[in-house]
Design a protein around this ligand. Sequence first.
Ligand SMILES: [Zn+2]
Length: 703
Amino acid sequence: MASPASTNSMDASFATPDVSSAQPAAAGPRVEHFLQRIKLFSTLSYDECQQVLKRMKRRDFPPQHVIVREGAPGKSMFFITAGAVEIRKKDPNTGIDFLLSEMGPGQNFGEMSLLTGKPRTASVTTIQATTCAILEQKDFHDLLMQFPSMGLSLTTILAERLEQSNLQGGIEFINLAKLQFDPRVLALVPQIMMLQHKVIPVAYINNRLTLAMVNPNNILALDDLRRIIKGVMIEPVITTEDDFRKFMSTTYAQLMKKNETETAAAVVAAVPSRTETAPSTSIEDLDMLQSELIRDLTMTESTNEGDFETKQDLMHASEDAPIIRLGNSLLGLAIKRGASDIHVEPMEKDVLVRYRIDGVLQTVQSLPKKVQMGLTSRLKIISKLDISEKRMPQDGRISVFMEGKPIDFRVSTIPCKWGEKVCMRILDKSNTSLGLEKLITHEPTLRLVRELINLPYGIMYVTGPTGSGKTTTLYSALTEINDPGINISTAEDPIEYDLAGINQVQANKDIGLDFSRILRAFLRQDPDVILVGETRDKETAHISVEAALTGHLVFTTLHTNSAAGAFSRLNEMGIEPFLVSSSTIGLMAQRLARRLCKNCKESYQADDATCDYMSVPRGSTLFKGKGCDQCSGKGVRGRIGIYEVMKMVPELRQMVAKGALTEDIHNKALQLGMLDLKKYAAILLLNGDTSVEEVLQVVSVQE
Ligand SMILES: [Zn+2]
């Protein structure tokens, strides 16, 4: 140890500026002794502290002075009375000094070596001019004999230290703010993984990665990293959650910005002239890379665990940081824009990205061909698909958390001429869109639906093409009747929303767990209400009918255009008309039309031909969207449901039992007061909810 600035024998005059005011002119029993602030001596009286003080040596150290060096023998302990020190420890593998902690007046160090007789485990350096009271080993032992209460204090201190060390699993804490970071080391681990597992690569030397972790027991994180950096040895160190956040939002963002703008610029530069179809979206997407949204997008599923050795190239391409960010930005932007589907379509010279928003596909971006392999592989990896299989269609799933909400992507791939096309359906499981009153804006129709779903048994069919919102309607119905007193079970493919208090079963055709099999199992589980995602085969249709006839309420969907169309579809599946007639309680057909933007819609006087065609009175005032900032100039924003609800009344039952024609049943229902899709749409038109153009896109109005 280098020579200190001064060494004095301890006496009553030993005092630092900040404690001198507490120092009495004449020692009194009630006045605090500065040594009492040190935990070890906190139980001693003023006079006893004076005796301790006599055995101590005062030492003043200049700034940046090494008081104790790691590895040196320890023969004394130190009590800081003024100033501040840093406790540092060298990582043997990387040679990096980690800051373990800082200490100030009232704290002590060096007692461990004093007790164990082992070399110092860390170095202590002064940050500023520091004064310590030093106690030698021999004096320390004498004091312990003389003042047994000091021994008790010491056991408390040691117990606390042990507890802290157990908490950390024997792993050292580091202070991120004091480290120098190499962007190349940081780039070893994708940002998404850093955020997901709360880890930061600190140093990488000789295949050893020093990894700062908020939770060093996170085995998943270690596994994931080993997958990305093959054969790496990971040395975990601990950082606090606070430090981690600070680091990611400041240091990391700054360091990576340079790298990112370079690679991002390269991607933009490579985008071909197709940009006129999607002006400014590239820039917007790159903004997205930086945005909070993407930071919040964390994968909840780890990457596929498979034999990647033979797939090195694909893996390599897919783990490129810009590719990972591109993949994330595609998902993030889709969610932000409220898209329902993402299409990644390889073309001859580029890769098209399209989103389905409010039911309509829109081109978002055209990417350079060179990102195709990496991006496709990346999407396949996070969806747990086999990346080496490119000739067969596959399907999988991604789960992400965005802004605290769980969002699932159902992913499918299909080999196309210019490469694999990836299509992703977004399943927002936060079920914020649920609620019959949110869906059905027409009061009498809402009442009718509520009447049907509250019947004790029977089947309710919801029909319509894909993407018409059938599932949302049924889920909303389920949440409405959900009650701890009844057993609700659902068989789904996929599970689109998470519903509390409902038994949801995911169908899995790979293992033979189809709807009919789940249904049969449900019937042995004392069910009250059953939802079958879709009736698409004879067996499922049969069991549903059977369940309805034996006192259960069954909800399901069918692919037919109209409510009445369900009957012929069921007959085609081989269900006897009398069984259909007696088991069905109601049918709904539905469509989703784009809703006019409330901000910019304008009324106009519709001409007679339009009025006649749309079944609204001549001279009606209708509405159209003008386009404004709020609707991105489209004039439409969000969607609204068009419903046709058929309640099974005796007249209709008789017709169905006799196998009447779909058209005849439909007309009879109209006579009995049913609103069909066309009539329901007319109500929406007159309300100014949607426009003629939008209705014509989803409802066939010709008779
Ligand atoms: Zn608008």
